[in-house]
Design a protein around this ligand. Structure first.
Ligand code: FE2
Ligand code: FE2
Length: 287
């Protein structure tokens, strides 16, 4: 085994990325940064401002767009409510907004249905899942996904992800998604559990789960699955599980929101460190 690979995991940003982050992530120990997206809260300009900050990173950085990235507020509401006609109409202009967002990110790579080798990590790749995921196994932003990737249904999304796994030359995989997979619990505190409906439930995405299962059945080693979207703080009160190991896979929900916070009169910045050596270790970094 060579030197361990160190990867910084940044959860949903929601406007919180500042010069202190640039300094800490530009330090030499990290090989790669992965970000689960959601740079904005509600407005494109918020996302562009955070993107311009992230563009100053000198480390290889990979981000997946979340449901708060490049959607307008009415579009987001139409997606949540699943109004079919409005979802289609309001998707107009999303490709243009995505191009601006991508431009603002500069050297940061925007992933989506893509495979990226890990720098310094022989035989390790990151498989990036479906952009704009909002959970509950609904194919959100279908017009954009159809136009950009030719993916129009959940089954097509799962098939595309499995194809990426099959084609990846690397043996060891990390999945990066905005929302996590199904099958990891159905209470409000579960890692991707529903905390906004009284019936609770599993709010993971079935296409991602299918790709992970496929990867294992195909003989790949899935080291970790990194996603966010379901923020750590659950509605009303409590915290969700943010890390668990199942069938040898580390599942990590990196979405501590806000990721920059005050405690005992000091400002803290949250991220997670994923170390891949002889073993895989996951540690919270509050700096
Ligand atoms: Fe989200
Ligand atoms: Fe979020």
């Amino acid at each position: 085994m060579n030197r361990p690979i160190q990867i910084a995991l940044i959860g949903d940003v929601h406007r919180q990325f500042d010069p202190h982050d640039i300094t800490q992530f530009n330090q030499p120990h990290y090989d790669l940064l992965l970000c689960t997206g959601d740079l904005a809260n509600l407005w494109l300009w918020e996302g562009l401002a955070a993107a311009r900050q992230m563009a100053q990173l000198q480390k290889p950085t990979l981000i997946i767009p979340g449901n708060h990235d490049t959607l307008t507020l009415p579009q987001l509401v139409a997606e949540i409510k699943q109004w079919p006609r409005l979802r289609r109409w309001l998707a107009w202009g999303q490709s243009r907004r995505l191009r601006r967002w991508q431009q603002a990110l500069g050297p940061v790579q925007v992933g989506g249905y893509s495979v990226h080798p890990v720098p310094g990590g022989e035989d390790v790749a990151v498989v990036v899942g479906r952009p704009f995921a909002m959970g509950g196994s609904v194919l959100h932003c279908q017009p954009q996904l159809q136009g950009q990737f030719g993916v129009g249904t959940m089954a097509e999304s799962a098939a595309r992800l499995c194809q990426l796994v099959e084609q990846a030359p690397q043996q060891r995989l990390i999945f990066l998604a905005h929302n996590g997979p199904t099958g990891l619990g159905s209470t409000r505190e579960s890692i991707w559990g529903n905390d906004f409906h009284p019936d609770e439930g599993d709010f993971g995405d079935a296409d991602l789960q299918e790709a992970i299962d496929f990867a294992q059945a195909y003989g790949k080693t899935v080291l970790a699955v990194v996603a966010g979207h379901m923020h750590h703080h659950v509605k009303r009160e409590g915290n969700r599980t943010w890390h668990l190991v199942q069938n040898g896979i580390h599942y990590i929900n990196a979405a501590r929101v806000p990721r920059i916070f005050e405690q005992n009169g000091r400002t803290h910045h949250h991220h997670i460190r994923l170390t891949i050596g002889d073993d895989v270790t996951v540690t919270v970094q509050i700096v």
